[in-house]
Ligand binder design. Structure first.
Ligand SMILES: NC(=O)c1ccc[n+]([C@@H]2O[C@H](COP(=O)([O-])OP(=O)(O)OC[C@H]3O[C@@H](n4cnc5c(N)ncnc54)[C@H](O)[C@@H]3O)[C@@H](O)[C@H]2O)c1
Ligand SMILES: O=C(O)C(=O)C[C@@H](O)[C@H](O)[C@H](O)COP(=O)(O)O
Ligand SMILES: [Zn+2]
Length: 385
């Protein structure tokens, strides 16, 4: 019997199911039929995903009597900006998508964030369904309703909370995912362990390498554990007034790294998060809130699957001051003061209000001074498989 699981994101009238399993795409139409207002959808995907899985998705919609129109985006972060948003909205309007229709986001985090935001604003809001096709999207971005785009100033600075009507995570589609993308998604898996699931992190230390060889059962367990943990946090704090910020572990660093890398796809979000989480633990140790050795343990695990562990490993332009400047756009900042997610231990993250910016800058400068040499795990950004 292959892996199957159904979870609920408990948000009162906005509650929805996350269905995880093998072969779900073949029954896409049948699965979503009960949650769509009428049998008409707009399938939003990107060229890579369309080539690998588009025909199966369209056939499954047709088999369930659901009419569809398709929009195929340019793959990657480059589509997640004002131009991509405006082009997508125009295409959806030209296709006559109405309020009773549903947008189906078939793809990774870029497709989900962009199509989800288009759904939030098109004719002041239409329903959407998430069909995540990357590991990152299955364990993180498809759940919780954060949608949006990047601007010149930084990551995800324009957006809306707009919950999907359903999340359908087909483990089989991960078979066509390039290895570099799989590893980037694995960083967000590790993040969940580091936030509040210490036993899960220990399990990842034992099984992570096997998991990243796409062992089906291990992947199913990881997707289920991450979705369950994220759903719990989102149910308590849907609009990030408090506890949800924990899901930002490593992201104050990561989003600044991505901004300094140009947000054109040279640096993947998960790669930036991997290095950002190591820095969050190093900062926690330096500030005396976390026992020594924890950052090293986190870095060792990320390195074991060949994820980057330092900004020195990343294709970032600029120095520590430039990265600190980019952090000023972080959405968690209050009155211009940065807030970081720090950790008292592995699996014990918390929101810190009072972090000394000099300590942050010094930590970044030390890492960047190792550029061109070995920083630990790797000396170059990973390449596509
Ligand atoms: N909304 C959230 O809560 C949230 C959470 C985490 C990350 N994000 C965002 O998600 C984005 C990153 O998402 P991502 O890592 O999924 O990247 P992505 O959407 O760019 O997909 C990665 C690449 O893999 C390809 N691809 C996707 N699925 C495939 C498949 N099954 N087979 C073959 N190729 C496939 C895509 O075409 C693309 O080239 C970032 O913009 C990040 O900010 C959002
Ligand atoms: O769902 C959340 O909440 C997260 O923070 C998940 C993150 O992995 C994700 O990268 C998210 O898009 C970051 O949110 P942002 O509000 O910092 O842009
Ligand atoms: Zn993230």
């Amino acid at each position: 019997m292959s892996f199957q699981s159904t979870l609920t994101v408990d948000l009162g009238p906005r509650s929805y199911e996350i269905r995880i399993g093998a072969g779900l795409l073949a029954s896409l139409g049948e699965q979503i039929a009960p949650v769509i207002a009428r049998p008409r959808v707009a399938l939003v995907t990107d060229r890579h995903v369309y080539d690998a899985h588009g025909p199966e998705a369209l056939a499954a919609l047709e088999a369930a009597g659901i009419a569809s129109t398709s929009v195929i985006l340019t793959p990657g972060e480059v589509s997640k900006g004002w131009d991509g948003l405006s082009a997508l909205c125009e295409r959806l309007l030209e296709a006559g998508v109405e309020r009773q229709d549903t947008i189906v986001a078939l793809g990774g985090g870029v497709v989900g964030d962009l199509a989800g935001f288009a759904a939030a604003i098109l004719r002041r809001g239409v329903d959407f369904v998430q069909v995540p096709t990357t590991l990152l999207a299955q364990v993180d971005s498809s759940v919780g309703g954060k949608t949006g785009i990047n601007t010149r100033q930084g990551k995800n600075l324009i957006g809306a909370f707009h919950q999907p009507r359903m999340v359908l995570a087909d483990l089989d589609v991960l078979g066509s995912l390039p290895r570099r993308e799989l590893l980037a998604g694995y960083a967000e898996v590790v993040k969940i362990g580091l936030i509040n699931q210490p036993k899960f992190f220990e399990w990842l230390e034992r099984e992570g390498v096997a998991l990243t060889t796409r062992d089906h059962k291990l992947m199913g367990t990881a997707v289920e554990t991450c979705c369950r943990a994220k759903a719990g946090i989102v149910a308590e704090d849907e609009r990030e007034q408090g506890r949800r910020a924990l899901l930002n572990l490593g992201h104050t660093f990561a989003h600044a790294f991505e901004a300094c890398a140009g947000m054109k796809g040279d640096l993947l979000h998960g790669e930036a998060v991997a290095a950002g989480m190591v820095l969050a633990f190093e900062l926690s140790e330096r500030l005396g809130v976390c026992e020594a050795g924890r950052a090293e343990r986190v870095a060792r695990h990320l390195a074991s699957v060949k994820l980057p562990t330092s900004p020195a490993d990343l294709p970032i332009k600029g120095d520590a001051d430039k990265i600190v400047d980019a952090m000023a756009q972080d959405k968690k900042a209050v009155d211009g003061r940065l807030r970081f997610i720090l950790a008292r231990d592995i699996g014990a993250a918390y929101v810190a209000e009072d972090v000394d910016p000099v300590a942050v800058r010094d930590l970044l400068a030390e890492h960047l001074s190792r550029r061109g040499g070995r920083s630990g795990a790797r000396s170059k950004p990973p390449v596509s498989a």
